[in-house]
Design a protein around this ligand. Structure first.
Ligand SMILES: Nc1ncnc2c1ncn2[C@@H]1O[C@H](COP(=O)(O)OP(=O)(O)OP(=O)(O)O)[C@@H](O)[C@H]1O
Length: 291
């Protein structure tokens, strides 16, 4: 499987924050969700991928190429929607399209106007007259109009209503129908990741904690509950994000398979209960563990 994006040991030091040797790979034809709490380093990682910030060490390869020798080619093949949309506020949507189209070799004007119509954004409006949701949709239409192979979005759905959010997720799914394309999007809305991502990368405090196919993560990670009054030390040491609750204690583990036979007698007596978990719960447990 060809990797469309390969990051190895990316390090960026700010005065009060360090992105710590981030490594990840995204295969062609898939969607990756980059998830983490506020300030975890999602935007910093994405800005480095977009060559918008300098970094201290590490390597970024996109389409097997690096920015040093192939900047123009890479930028022509990437569509990017940043956290904030910087437009010429006083100009019309139509004008923006003409202005931006000059920078791309493969610009598809029809595709741009089709998307605008679908998004219900009027091309005669001035940018300053657009709502937050409309601005995101305009950015997405601009990013998609040059037929990018890799679409990178920084929190594209944050602050948007559920209708627009699900519309945007639908479009991202359509993008990867063409198996040649990939999407990387950051979010703290884990529900969006559950819906559309093939791969999930967890980043906490500048560090990648886990990066794997979503189904593998959800298949492996289990929520375990131990009844009040019982101690199972060999299980406790394998749990993260442990909390006390009405039933006893609960925590998450990715080692359930290897503990199955040890846990059998407890499961039979209903001392231990095992349940599936969610992308959200895994994130919460990782964050708790870091503190
Ligand atoms: N230019 C900068 N100078 C100094 N510190 C910075 C700079 N840009 C980002 N940081 C710091 O880096 C850390 C990570 O920020 P980043 O924007 O990457 O997080 P994030 O995961 O995208 O968060 P959010 O979900 O809130 O957008 C934060 O502590 C932030 O203050």
């Amino acid at each position: 499987m060809e990797n469309i994006l390969e990051i190895s040991n990316l390090r960026k030091e700010y005065e009060e924050f360090t992105l710590k040797d981030v490594s990840l790979t995204l295969p062609r034809g898939y969607i990756m969700g980059l998830v983490g709490p506020n300030g975890a380093g999602k935007s910093t990682t994405i800005k480095a991928i977009m060559n918008l910030i300098n970094y201290d060490s590490g390597k970024i390869k996109i389409f097997g190429r690096d920015y040093e020798n192939h900047e123009e080619e890479i930028k022509n093949r990437i569509g990017y929607v940043g956290e904030e949309q910087f437009f010429y506020e006083d100009m019309s949507v139509k004008w923006m399209e003409k202005f931006i189209s000059q920078h791309y070799i493969q610009w598809d004007r029809d595709e741009f106007y089709n998307l605008l119509e679908r998004f219900n954004v009027s091309s005669t409006k001035k940018v300053q007259e657009l709502s937050k949701g409309m601005r995101v949709k305009l950015s997405l239409a601009l990013a998609l109009a040059h037929n990018p192979e890799l679409l990178i979005l920084d929190e594209p759905t944050s602050g948007l209503d559920p209708v627009i959010r699900s519309e945007i997720l639908k479009i991202l799914l359509e993008v990867i129908q063409d198996e040649n394309k990939s999407v990387l999007f950051s979010t703290h809305i884990t529900e969006d990741i559950e819906k559309i991502a093939d791969y999930v990368t967890y980043i906490i405090d500048g560090e990648i904690i886990l990066s794997a196919p979503k189904d593998d993560i959800l298949g492996k990670w289990k929520s375990i509950h131990i009844k009040t009054g019982y101690e199972i030390p060999e299980l406790n040491s394998k749990l993260i994000g442990i909390e006390k609750n009405f039933f006893g204690i609960s925590g998450l583990t990715d080692q359930y398979e290897s503990m199955k036979s040890m846990l059998k007698p407890y499961l039979e007596k209903d001392i231990v209960r095992v349940e599936n978990t969610s992308i959200d719960q895994i994130l919460i447990s990782f964050v708790k563990e870091e503190k």
